[in-house]
Design a protein around this ligand. Structure first.
Ligand SMILES: [Zn+2]
Ligand SMILES: [Zn+2]
Length: 377
């Protein structure tokens, strides 16, 4: 029943990107091509061919920049307009021209009937579709002391924000557009179909403005009509005390800007904790070992334990401490992320024995005699 339109073009090839290209790579390729092929910018002879090429580039970008459409294209080699069952799917502002609806208009109608669509509805809010901005991923490396004390890091990165020259609407100076006369700015056309089964009231995307509700007369030269531009962005991120190695923090709203008033994406920061080799972490406890001399272990001593956050704490080693005894120093570990309670610092005492000097040997032989120890003469 549903006829499949064959793929006419390879959108990846058109944009000169690989099948695995990231959204960033696709956007970059698109911008570059827009600058080259935009009818106002094109320097060559054949203006008609340039215009056709420009349209193809837009078409390719519209599909590959939209996750759902791209997935559909990857799978089936074509893209139908899915707006009747996936509302709020992305759309490129300023990509005017009705190529999709021209090619797949029948498709749309079939979907509308099948899914109940918006038949008789009119529930859609008016105006261009809002698209959420993409998420951005970053990573930071922190030290153990940062895990104990918490740390504020300043991250600086490039992100796309609404183009300042056009206020994000993609038209020159933000003003070179008009309300679409075909749909009066709603982006949708309501139609009635008479069929054997009765009358179907049906709403479809306006193919004059491609659902944007406006027609751009002149594209913004800064962003090529995309509505976003690259900016250097800074954000201060609080790494909470107690953070686990490889934890991911979500910084809401610091991803790329949305389009047509859609919300910005988020920034995801993955945190790697670099542990000094002498410390080991288990949950919120920290383990380390401390070496003492056998005489110190036998007679008792005090040792200074270096704390990972800086400073030292005195640990008393009582007389007669056996090798590998573990001492628990309370509340000197890592704070729990959800409370102020700290874990403990666990110190394993290693006992070192060195070859005695001749004087030490004499003294030890006296001890051996005292204890009736069986030693070599
Ligand atoms: Zn712009
Ligand atoms: Zn329209």
């Amino acid at each position: 029943m549903i006829s499949v339109a064959p793929a006419r073009k390879d959108y990846y090839e058109l944009l000169g990107v690989s099948k695995g290209a990231t959204p960033e790579e696709i956007r970059k390729a698109y911008r570059k091509l827009v600058k080259e092929w935009h009818p106002d910018a094109y320097k060559g002879e054949d203006k008609k061919a340039a215009e056709a090429k420009f349209k193809e580039i837009q078409e390719a970008y519209e599909v590959l920049s939209d996750q759902e459409k791209r997935a559909m294209f990857d799978r089936f080699g074509y893209v139908g307009d899915q707006s009747s069952y996936s509302r709020g799917s992305g759309r490129t502002p300023g990509a005017e021209g009705g190529h999709f609806d021209d090619l797949f208009g029948d498709f749309q109608d079939v979907f509308d009937v099948f899914f109940g669509g918006r038949s008789g509805g009119g529930s859609r809010t008016q105006g261009p579709r809002a698209t959420r901005g993409e998420d951005i991923h970053a990573s930071v490396v922190v030290e153990l002391k940062d895990v104990i004390l918490g740390k504020k890091v300043i991250l600086e990165y490039d992100r796309y924000s609404a183009c300042g020259s056009c206020n994000g609407n993609g038209s020159e100076n933000g003003t070179s557009f008009r309300t679409c006369p075909n749909c009066n700015g709603t982006g949708y056309i309501k139609e009635e179909h008479r069929s054997f089964f009765g009358i179907f009231s049906n709403t479809r995307t306006c193919n004059t403005c491609n659902g944007n509700g406006r027609i751009i007369d002149k594209r913004c030269p800064t962003c090529g009509g995309v509505g976003t531009e690259k900016e250097r962005h800074q954000v201060s991120v609080n790494i909470p005390a107690g953070v686990e190695n490889n934890a991911t923090l979500r910084i809401s709203g610091h991803g790329n800007s949305g389009q047509n008033g859609g919300p910005a994406g988020d920034l995801y920061v993955s945190v790697r904790v670099e542990m000094p080799s002498e410390y080991r972490r288990n949950g919120n406890d920290i383990y380390l070992s401390k070496e003492v001399d056998y005489v110190e272990a036998a007679l008792g001593t005090t040792v200074e334990i270096e704390l990972p956050e800086g400073g030292t704490e005195t640990l008393k080693i009582p007389a007669g401490t056996s090798p590998n005894t573990v001492f628990r120093m309370k509340n000197l570990g890592i704070p729990a992320i959800s409370s102020n309670r700290r874990g403990d610092l666990l110190v394993t005492v290693r006992v070192s024995i060195s070859k005695p000097s001749s004087r030490e040997k004499k003294l030890l032989q006296q001890i051996a005699k005292l204890k009736n120890s069986k030693v070599v003469e």
